[in-house]
Design a protein around this ligand. Structure first.
Ligand code: GAP
Length: 555
């Protein structure tokens, strides 16, 4: 079966998420709240599994990383020191006609999916502009889809201006859009509103932090912020962790938690939300000069470098590459194919002023290839800022190197919600299969890796009115459920029960039948049918072996 186009694929994914209880719009019965999403029963399990796997891989399976769980609201000076109060903003424009707010740097991207822009684009080609079609559109359909567009309001004048600047407009569809939306003949061309085609105001910075007040007075002095990233709590607790845990540089502190950004245009389902979760690691390393003094030379990347085996002579560049590799390995371990991911090295002019290098791990979402995680080499910017603003030293005394320094940091920072969306997109598949009677039907299946799957096994008695079958199935459920999430289902035909679990992404189904209870002889007594989601094949397995088998798949 052919792969559906990206829009319909995304629509199908959004609809499945709602239908099966993965993701709901927040506050839906009140019309929803833009940029906020809730996770239903299956989504909550999926999210928990992903966070647990990240936490385990970072802390339990390593000696050099410890965890932290800090508050969401922290001292407001933190956000001054980090630069968020002054610079954490996006450029925003307002539409003069429909008054909607738009992120100025995303207008062209939004026009890609804007219906009015689409129909204008149809009149434009490399060969030129179909002026007749454009005039027809302006006087007809345009009035419905882009009522505020200057071309629609005053077609003759704007068409005349387009005719005057025909070559320019033919060379770039962006110029055609700008001409079509700019009413005033003088002055520069405006950017069009992706919603209605009206003129947008000049961009102005809009700080993305949510503000609140601490305490009842609610004066200017009481302003605090909901954290826009979890990272800063790690920097401000760096000294406490160092002094209370048995760690020494190089070591990391990691945290999972909510972050809030008042995004101008939340979009693409949960991809850009206003409330979301991050999984962040700050991995503290020695400055290169210290490594040089201590080991004689800072290691360079060569074909012999084993990036999975950190060495005392590693400087920031090797540690940075190490973390990029580690993160790719982790994504693959939870079911994202390497071919669905991309590695993007930010160009010097894209880097934050404090960053020495940043690699983005991108995922090929149906709506485009977009960032899943950023891995930044941040130097000692953050600790130095907090040292200056708090007046508290962030230096460590390194006994091995016999010197003091402010550590540098490598920061792998991932978004949980984006990862959940990527896992659902990766897993979603529709395939044509034959039903029991040989009729073709479409099977919707989520091919989650068993490690992340919300339900690990469905457990079914073949018939619900046979007490022996029900009793056995419930016994299996009770034996397995302290160890993993399983789901008992006795409703409807067995084929329908399998399909329901396929849509939930359950990798295995266990059916208790008459063989299980020994009705067809002793050799199959206490065995069950194990059905594999991906291949739909079935095998016989002893009940006594179920736990070991399932555990081996989800470890
Ligand atoms: N401490 C560094 C930091 O916060 P970031 O690139 O701004 O860096 C890290 O955010 C990750 O957080 C992103 O790669 C993304 O996965 C996630 N993220 C950021 N903004 C988000 C939003 N509005 N909605 C969902 N996830 C977001």
């Amino acid at each position: 079966m052919s792969i559906p186009s990206s829009v319909t694929r995304m629509e199908k994914i959004v609809s499945l998420c709602k239908r099966r209880g993965f993701i709901f719009q927040s506050s839906e019965i009140y019309g929803g709240l833009n940029g906020f999403w809730d996770y239903g029963p299956l989504g909550a399990e999926l999210k928990r599994n992903v966070k647990d796997l990240w936490w385990k891989s970072m802390t339990r399976l390593r000696d050099d990383i410890v965890g932290l769980e800090a508050t969401i609201i922290m001292h407001p000076k933190i956000w001054q020191a980090s630069g968020h109060v002054d610079t954490f903003s996006d450029p925003m424009s307002t539409c003069r006609a429909c008054k909607k707010l738009v992120r100025s740097d995303q207008v062209w991207e939004m026009l890609e999916t804007s219906p009015w822009a689409d129909s204008i684009r149809a009149t434009h080609s490399d060969a030129g502009i179909d002026r007749e079609a454009l005039a027809k559109w302006a006087k007809g359909k345009g009035a419905r889809v882009a009522p505020s567009l200057a071309l629609v309001k005053d077609p003759d004048a704007i068409l005349a201006r387009i005719a005057e600047r025909l070559e320019e407009a033919a060379a770039s569809v962006q110029t055609l859009f700008r001409l079509a939306c700019t009413a005033s003949a003088e002055g520069p061309l405006s950017i069009p509103c992706p919603h209605c085609g009206g003129e947008l105001t000049e961009p102005r910075p809009f700080n993305l932090m949510f503000k609140t007040y601490v305490g009842p007075a609610a004066t200017e002095e009481d302003i605090a912020y909901l954290r826009p990233e979890t990272a800063q709590a790690i920097f401000v607790q760096f000294k406490n962790v160092l002094e209370t845990s048995r760690v020494k540089v190089p070591f990391g502190i990691c945290q999972i938690g909510k972050a809030f950004r008042n995004e101008v245009t939340p979009r693409n389902f949960t991809f850009r939300s206003r409330e979301f979760e991050q999984m962040e690691l700050e991995f503290f390393i020695k400055p290169d000069e210290v490594v040089q003094n201590q080991t004689g030379s800072v290691a360079q990347l060569s074909t012999e470098t084993l990036l999975s085996d950190p060495q005392p002579n590693w400087g920031w560049e090797l540690w940075h590459k190490y973390w990029v590799e580690e993160r790719f390995r982790w994504y693959e371990s939870i079911g994202l194919k390497r071919s669905s991911l991309e590695e993007y090295w930010q160009k010097p002019d894209e880097l934050a002023h404090y960053a020495r290098a940043t690699v983005d791990i991108l995922y090929k979402f149906p709506f485009g290839t977009q960032e899943l995680e950023g891995i930044a080499a941040r130097g000692n910017f953050d600790l130095t800022q907090h040292q200056q603003h708090s007046g508290k030293s962030m230096e460590v005394f390194d006994q091995e190197a016999n010197t003091k320094y402010v550590p540098h940091v490598i920061e792998p920072s991932a978004g949980v919600d984006r990862l959940i969306l990527a896992l659902i997109c990766e897993a979603f598949e529709e395939e044509e299969v034959a039903d029991d009677k040989g009729q073709k039907e479409v099977r919707t299946v989520l091919r989650f890796h068993p490690r992340v799957a919300p339900i690990k096994a469905g457990i079914f008695p073949l018939l619900k009115n046979k007490p022996e079958l029900v009793k056995k199935a419930l016994e299996i459920r009770d034996a397995l459920r302290p160890h993993m999430n399983v789901f008992y289902d006795d409703g409807g035909a067995i084929g329908r029960r399998y399909r329901r679990q396929d849509e939930a992404g359950t990798p295995y189904c266990i059916t208790v039948d008459f063989d299980t209870i020994g009705e067809n002889g002793p050799e199959k007594l206490d065995t069950v049918t194990l059905r594999h989601r991906d291949t739909m094949t079935q095998e016989r397995i002893r009940i006594a072996d179920l736990h070991a088998f399932l555990s081996s798949q989800i470890q």
